[in-house]
Design a protein around this ligand. Structure first.
Ligand code: SF4
Length: 316
C-alpha cells in the first residue's frame, strides 16, 4: 500500500489526474500549491452555467423560461465582472447559453420527461462522490450530473459542452476515463450496479455576433439555429463499462497516486515541456518561463479548495 504523508492525503479527480499526466509540474502548481490564474476560462465558466441549467431541468418540473430567468441569468450575472481570457468570446457564448438550453429542451432524445431518480430521501442530481482507490489510502473524488431510473435499472447522466464534435471526439468516449470513474463510483453508492452512462454533448456556438447585430438579435439567430440543426448541435449516446475497464481504471489511479507520492517525497515535479503549448498555452507558462517574481505571481490567486469544481454550487 502506498504510504501517504499524514495530514496531506492524495485526493484525485479526473481533472487533477489529467493535469498530472499532462505535466507533473502543472499538477504541482495547480493541486499542491493551489494556484489559479486570475483570468477565468470562458470554456469552464460556460460549461458550469449550462450544467446548472440542465440540472434544474432534470430536478424540477419547471419551465424552460424559469430555468433561464432563475438559474442561468443569476449564474451569468455572478461572473460578468470577472476577468476573462477572451471577453468577446465570453459575451458571445454567455448570450448563446439560452439558445443551447432552449434547443436542448426540445431535442433531448429519450431523456424527455425524465427526472432524476430518488435513492432513499435523496434526489440523484449533482451527486458528489468520494470513493476508495483500491491498494492505496488515496480517494477518488468527483461529481456526477444525475442518475435516472429506467426500466432496466439505474443510468448515470453526463452532460458535456464542446467546441468541436467530430468523429474522434465520439470514438474516444468508448475508453473515456471520466465515464469509467462515474461507473465505478456509482457502483459503490447505488443499491445496484448502474447499467451504463447516458452521454449528452451540447456543441457551443461557433458563430459570433456580427458587427450589425445586437446581442438580442444574435440570441434570436442562435435560438433558431439550435432548433433548426439539432443533429449538428446535440449528440446523445449510451456508454457501457465492464469489470475489465474498471480494473484498468483502478490500476491507473493507483499508478498516478504512487507517482504523485514519489514526486512529493523527492520534492521534484517533472516539467513536460512538450505540453506547454500543445492544447493552447498552459496557464502556468509565465511562471515556468519567468520564475516566481512578484509581477508574475500577481497574475495568480491561491485557492482555498484543492478541487473547487466539487463545491455544491458548481458543476464539473
Ligand atoms: S508551462 Fe509547460 S512545463 Fe510549465 S507547468 Fe505548463 S506544461 Fe508544465
Amino acid at each position: 500500500m502506498v504510504a501517504l504523508k499524514v495530514g496531506k492525503p492524495v485526493t484525485i479527480t479526473h481533472s487533477s489526474k489529467a493535469a498530472f499526466l499532462d505535466c507533473p509540474h502543472k499538477y504541482y502548481l495547480s493541486y499542491e500549491r493551489l494556484l489559479s490564474p486570475v483570468t477565468l476560462s470562458t470554456n469552464l465558466v460556460i460549461g458550469d452555467v449550462v450544467h446548472r441549467g440542465l440540472a434544474a431541468i432534470l430536478s424540477d418540473k419547471t419551465t424552460i423560461e424559469t430555468v433561464i430567468s432563475d438559474v442561468i441569468g443569476p449564474a451569468l450575472d455572478a461572473v460578468r465582472s470577472a476577468h476573462f481570457d477572451d471577453p468577446e468570446e465570453f459575451e458571445a457564448h454567455a448570450t448563446a447559453v439560452d439558445a443551447m438550453i432552449v434547443g436542448w429542451s426540445e431535442h433531448r432524445g429519450f431523456l424527455k420527461d425524465l427526472r432524476a431518480a430518488r435513492v432513499g430521501e435523496r434526489q440523484m442530481i449533482e451527486i458528489p462522490f468520494d470513493v476508495s482507490i483500491p491498494g492505496t489510502a488515496a480517494r477518488l473524488l468527483g461529481k456526477m450530473d444525475a442518475i435516472v431510473s429506467l426500466k432496466d435499472g439505474y443510468w448515470i447522466v453526463e452532460h458535456k459542452t464542446a467546441g468541436q464534435l467530430g468523429e474522434g471526439y465520439i470514438k474516444r468516449l468508448a475508453v473515456d476515463d471520466q465515464v469509467t470513474n462515474y461507473f465505478y463510483a456509482a457502483s459503490q453508492i447505488l443499491p445496484s450496479k448502474p447499467v451504463g452512462v447516458i452521454y449528452n454533448v451540447l456543441r457551443k456556438p461557433s458563430a459570433r455576433p456580427t458587427k450589425k447585430e445586437t446581442l438580442s438579435q444574435y440570441l434570436n439567430r442562435m435560438v433558431e439555429d439550435y432548433k433548426a440543426r439539432p443533429d449538428f448541435y446535440y449528440y446523445q449516446t449510451k456508454l457501457y463499462r465492464d469489470s475489465d475497464s474498471v480494473k484498468r481504471l483502478c490500476n491507473s489511479l493507483k499508478y498516478v497516486v504512487e507517482d504523485i507520492q514519489r514526486s512529493r517525497d523527492r520534492s521534484f515535479w517533472v516539467r513536460n515541456t512538450s505540453n506547454c503549448t500543445r492544447m493552447g498555452t498552459c496557464s502556468f507558462l509565465p511562471i515556468c518561463t519567468g520564475g516566481e517574481l512578484p509581477e508574475v505571481m500577481a497574475r495568480y490567486v491561491v485557492r482555498e479548495e484543492r478541487h473547487p469544481e466539487l463545491k455544491s454550487d458548481s458543476a464539473d
